[in-house]
Structures are given as C-alpha cells and as structure tokens.
Design a protein around this ligand. Sequence first.
Ligand code: M6R
Length: 619
Amino acid sequence: MCGIIGYVGASTSGRGLDVALEALRRLQYRGYDSAGIVAANQDGLSHVKRAGKLEVLEAQLEAEPLPAASAVIGHTRWATHGGPTDVNAHPHLSEDGSVAVVHNGILENHAQLRRELTEAGVKFVSETDTEVAAHLLAHAYAAQGDLTDAMTSVVQRLEGAFTLLAVAADNPHVVVGARRTSPLVVGLGEGENFLGSDVAAFVAQTTSALELGQDQVATITPDSVTITDFDGNLAEAKPFTVDWDASAAVKGGFATFMDKEIHDEPNAVRDTLLGRTTGPGGALQLDELRIDESVLRSVDKIVVIACGTAAYAGHVAKYAIEHWCRVPVEVELAHEFRYRDPVVTEKTLVVAISQSGETMDTIMAVRHAREQGAKVVAVVNTMGSTIARESDAALYTHAGPEVAVASTKAFLAQIAATYLLGLYLAQLRGTMFADEVRTVLAELETMPAKIQSVIDGEGDIKALADSMRDVTSVLYLGRHVGFPVAMEGALKLKELAYIHAEGFAAGELKHGPIALIEDGQAVFVVVPSPRGRDVLHDKVLSNIQEIRARGARTLVVAEEGDTAVTEYADKVLWVPRTPTLLAPLVAVVPLQIFACALATAKGLDVDQPRNLAKSVTVE
Ligand code: M6R
C-alpha cells in the first residue's frame, strides 16, 4: 500500500529527481505517512527520507538538495511494519551502503529472515520488514556482481506480496524491480525508462507502458528493458498505451482532488458509455467482453466481489442486473468471499469491481473464483492493473485517474459500466427486447447532463455542510437502489469528516435503528422517484414522518417536482427526474459534495484522510 517510482536516464542530471518527486506527488494516494528518495550517480548513492507528508521531504530536499543522478528510486509509504518514522521510511540501505531498496507489500517471513541475518552479524536499524531485503540483496550482489541476478536470488527467499525496486552504488545506470502479487508497471521513454507501482507514476512522462506478469523481474537501463521470471529466464510483458490524460491527475484549479473529481463525474460517466453502443442497429457492443457468448448465456448466477465504495456500486448493480437479466446476483465483500467456501461453479459469472485494480482482497477473491472454474469479468479503472490482467475479461471504467482517497467519480463510472454489462447480458440472453435495451441506453446517455445539474447546485449543499460542522452523528436511509446510496453517503462522511455515520435500509428502521433517533438527530433520506415505483416512494415518505415525529432533522434527497416531500423535510436536496434504476447516479452526488464540504469546513485533509490509503494492497 505504498507508491513506488524508479527512473533511469542517459545523463546525470536533475531530471531523475524531478521525475521522482512528480511521481511521488501523484502516488501519494497510495500512502502518505512518510517518503524518501535515493539518487545514484558515479559517486554512489545519496538518499533522504522523512516521516510525514511529501512536503516534509520536499522541504528537506529544498534545504539540502541531492546531487544530480542518472538513476533514482522513490517511495511514499503507508506503514505496515514499524511506525511512520524517519528511520522506518524507505529507501532502506544495506549496512555497507552498496544497495538501496524500496518496497510495497508485506514480507511474511521477515521475522525468520531477520533472525538469520542477525545471527550472521547484521545490525538492523529499522523495524520494517523491508530492511531484510536490503541486507539480503547486498549479500547476493557481493557474491554475484549483477543486480538482476542478485534480485532474482533474493526474491526466491521472500514470502508474501511484494514489489521491490533496487539500485546499486557502483552501477548508476540500472534500476531493477521485482513483483509478486503487488503491482509494478514499466514506462517506456526515449533514452530513459521508468518503473512505477501504477501508471500514475510516469503518465506525465510517457504513455507507453508494459504490464508485468506475476513473479517477474524488470531490469531497466536508459535504453533497454529486460524482463525475466524469478528463475532468470527471459519473459514477455504485454505492451499497452495509457489512455489517461496526464493533466487529469492534477487539481486543475480546485482546492482538492476530491472536489475536482466530483466535477469530473459527468465526463467519467460519458466516457464510460462512449463507443459501447455502436453495434449493428444500435445494439450494445462490449468488445472487451472476450468470454464465449455460449458461456455467458449459460450463466446461472452472478457474484459481484468488491470492497468499500466499489461494493456499494455492486449493490446498486444487483437491482438492475436481476431486473434486466432475471439471473440471481449476489454481492459479496471480497475479503469475506473466499473464506466462506462460496458456491461457485463454471456457470457462475464473477464480476470484480475495483477502481485501482490492485485491492488485495479483491485480487485474492478473483483468484479463488477462477480456481473454482468461474469466469471473471473485471470492472476496473486502472489499465494494466492486476485485477484486469488476472480476470477473463476487463471492462474498463473510463473515469480517468482518481487521486483522492475517497472514491467518487469511479463509483459513478462503476455503476455505468456494470449497467452496460447487465444490458449486454440481457440483450444476449433475450431477457430484454432490443428496443428496451436502447431505451435504457438512451436514458443512460442523458445522465452526464443530469449529474452536472446537481453539481451546479453545490452551493446550497456546501452551505448545509457548513451549518453542520459541529454535528457528531449522521444517519442515512434509503430503500431499493437508494439503500446502497445511503451506505455510500455514510461511508463518505465517516472517512472524510471522521463523524459517526450509518446507512440503513429505510424498511429496517422500525426493526432497531429508530431507537437512535432523538431530538436534532440529522438523517439523510434518499427518496425514490414518485413515478414508476410509487409504493416505494410512499413507504419512504412514511419513514420520514416516523423519524420526524421523534425529533429527527430530515435532510431529504428527492426528485425535482416531488412536492410531497417538502412538508416533512427540514431541507430538500433536489436531483433531476430520473428512472428509478438510474437514480443512484444523481442521488449520491449531493451526499459526496456534503461529505467533502463538511470535512473542508472542519479543516480536515479531504484528499488524504487519516489512517487510509487509496489502494489497499495488503490483505
Ligand atoms: O480500488 P478499489 O475500488 O478496489 O478500492 C476499494 C475500496 O478500498 C475503496 O472503494 C474505499 O472504500 C474508498 N476509500 C472509499 O471511498
């Protein structure tokens, strides 16, 4: 759960350091409790590492610049073994200073290796698992004289999930990386090459990249990239072009990435739909879904696996896919899935949803599902990511880079992508007529403009948040597709504003949660459209009256024109008229804006909330 960058260039200059710092800025979402850089040139290795946010390292580098370098590796950390201190920050150097490493992941056998090394006389300085790799690598390098060979022999001794990058003091023209389970991608430049824990590390420099496979070692020099397996045999890596706009990963005038990413939402949905409705007669076409049609027709159950916000997107998708395809859909938190012996067969279609494509819990669940014979479709945002690679097919969400830890635009893009998948299956299996599919697609295409109109009204939502900066508990109620929206709204508030928040199914209220209602308790209620599903609407209206009668302050998300709600609402947040199944795409937006604004009003770090990392690459 850390960010890693490796750079090697033809000349000894300041560029390597600039590239590495730029990469660490873009990678901070992977971890931000400490950061470090090591620069290699003809005089050996120089490094600096500091606990705290990247600015602390940057200030240190400003005060005492590192020398120009031809090779640089850098790291931004989310602590696992050993607290966030200067000493535990990466890079870790060997005792003799001959090599330096940075690491993402967990070395599960580090205690045993540390014991062995200590008995052999090595003095450890940090509490990290990573330091064993630095010492092992130095010993192997001294014996073998080649950094790639040394790395290959060290990784054989490591257990767990890891990405390691290394440089040697006596060879400033090479960076070697290795990956097992944790991510690593290669960026291809002109007279320079890059290694990154994801493409965000180098997208500002190049869009030409290579996906590394499991258990591979990459050796980069200014003009070559060599890939081997862990036995040293030459191996293949798949080339791809990064379709992210580098400018999408900068704040672009917004105060926070989250604010910007909420404003990106109309485009995230538009781009996810783009080019997927071009089949004959306007039929839905999903070119990436390279799974035999007969297999998709024979699917008798769909299981969605995901974590956090991505899982809530799966919950939303369940309502639509079951309705359209008449196939049962289960939604399971990825970390629960494989430990409960789920019933998965060759007729099960597993849909793995992940923004990063690197969430370890989801990766492990994908592997488990495939071992049971299920086909896996990945709905992912990050090209070349592990989940995309390890699945049978990848249906990309085109939300662009999401930097803020709290997921926003990816959530909307995930809903749009899973809806396309549901409609495609319905078309293929004949559970919807072509004109019905086209009607929903046409409605989906109107969603970006509707999302934009909610964003245009953000001033009102921000004012509400401002007035509630001292609130200590907020409840969220929803029904049908509004239920996962309520849970997502609560998650946003918890992670950003550190306020106790819970999302409930509105129908569950009287089975317990209503006991929480007391005078002044703030409750968001996501009200279904009065058109189409009027029974649901009326039931939620009754729920609002029940809680209001007990003193709740009701903050109601309702469809424009739904005048029936105004009487029972302390505040109405209006969203445009939308068919029920598509309503989450607009209903969640005020809740995202509210959480972002409340955290801002409380003076909190919206993009990097405490204790969290964007990409949870450990189990
Ligand atoms: O990258 P993923 O979509 O797999 O991440 C899943 C969750 O870790 C993520 O959605 C998390 O819950 C976010 N912080 C929510 O805002």
